[in-house]
Design a protein around this ligand. Sequence first.
Ligand code: ADP
Ligand code: UDP
Length: 237
Amino acid sequence: MEKRTELYRGKAKTVFTTDNPDLLILQFRNDTSAFDGEIIEQLDRKGIINNKFNHFIMSKLEQAGIATQLEELLADDEALVKKLDMIPVECVVRNRAAGSLVRRLGVEEGLVFESPTFEFFLKNDALHDPMVNEYHIQAFGWATQEQIARMKELSFQVNDVLKALFDQAGLLLVDFKLEFGVDSAGNIVLGDEFSPDGCRLWDKQTNQKMDKDRFRQGLGGVVEAYEEVAARLGVTL
Ligand code: ADP
Ligand code: UDP
């Protein structure tokens, strides 16, 4: 699979086209950003960890019947994926209060909800990823009502599968972000990545943060925490 031209260089990944117009290569870099790209640092080994972690998680989701972009692992830091027409919103599911929800609603971090919540955010760094609702998504033509319903349904399915998976590894899945796209057949498919960069994971015993909040909050030991999570899940690095 020959890597052709660079299509897009994002904050954490570079996207390349391939000989096959339906397939792309995602290269996971060590760049780690916070606060919508305001802070960027290189964290040694992070690209490799996130690539392998993502491959492991998406394989588990495929096994559970959830359609993902997954094709194959190409290199330590590269994956071959289905090219999707990405819907420009982030889907966030939360099981407990943390991050922007704590700031927005003034509740205590760690508050356990009666049931999981769902939020859409527009992918737009310049606007700081504002929260949007289903009416905005339809009004601006980002997705149809059917596609919106499907993204929500799939996000909650992902939550069910991954909550159980992380629980077995002694970890609490606090919240996470997903990005979906449309494949050539018109189906909604999970794209982008699932890694500790885009979710919150706390140790079940100690509530220790094992995700990107270590970077955002300057707690140190970021890559070590990602490696610990991978080891507990049995991801081969
Ligand atoms: P950002 O764009 O937020 O800086 P990344 O550095 O992760 O994020 O860049 C990856 C880009 O590739 C994102 O814009 C994402 O929407 C896009 N992308 C991820 N998976 C796919 C896919 N399967 N097909 C097409 N585009 C994808
Ligand atoms: N998230 C993400 N990319 C973003 C914004 C959020 O991956 O651009 C993830 C984040 O890591 C967390 C979840 O989505 O797991 C919810 O994030 P939140 O809304 O609390 O925002 P934050 O406080 O992280 O900015």
